[in-house]
Design a protein. Structure first.
Length: 187
């Protein structure tokens, strides 16, 4: 396998790379046949909104073309990110969000040919290295009806993150309920 290089992208560079990132998204999550266009458009809409958030940050993995990406942003102090959450939210998590110490890992994707080679872990490590957040949260797809855990959940569990509960789709049209995970506070 060719060597993979990681690099940060500024907000402007991220916008310039949006089509390449959308290609990675479609390749990484290859949904049902015939849904690629809808999936791609939905991702691009979310990506545009996320790119406007405070402290938006992005890291890409390149190996003769993009093979992975991770991005996130600081959670709003208003606690809006927790809207629709169903579960027992530790008071400490609400306090960390209100104090601006929570970071949302909004998207992590690696194309299938580069999975299980540490690319996702390297992307996450570089992204979070410059954020002084005591709490990092992420939301992923729920397990399928047969009970098979979503790949995102498997990865977060392997990293030692906490499964907090579920959250509704919030204000994202066409979104589904999600499983909410958190990296343990650093204290």
């Amino acid at each position: 396998m060719a060597e993979v290089y990681l690099r940060r992208l500024s907000r402007w560079q991220a916008e310039q790379q949006r089509d390449a990132v959308a290609d990675v998204y479609v390749s990484a999550y290859h949904g049902a046949a015939g849904t690629e266009y809808r999936d791609r458009q939905g991702f691009l809409g979310r990506f545009e909104k996320h790119g406007q958030r405070p402290d938006f940050d992005m890291v890409v993995a390149d190996s003769g073309g993009l093979v992975g990406c991770v991005y996130g942003y600081r959670a709003a102090r208003t606690g809006d990110w927790w809207a629709g959450f169903r579960g027992d939210l530790p008071a400490e998590f609400e306090e960390l969000t209100a104090s601006g110490r929570a970071f949302v890992l909004a998207e992590l994707m690696v194309v299938p040919a580069h999975r299980r080679h540490g690319v996702a872990t390297d992307l996450r490590t570089l992204l979070l290295a410059r954020h002084e957040s005591d709490l990092v949260v992420a939301a992923v797809s729920l397990p399928d009806p047969a009970g098979t855990e979503a790949p995102g959940s498997t990865l977060l569990r392997s990293w030692g993150w906490l499964d907090l509960g579920t959250s509704g789709p919030g204000d994202v049209p066409g979104a589904h309920d999600r499983q909410v995970w958190a990296r343990r506070p650093l204290r």
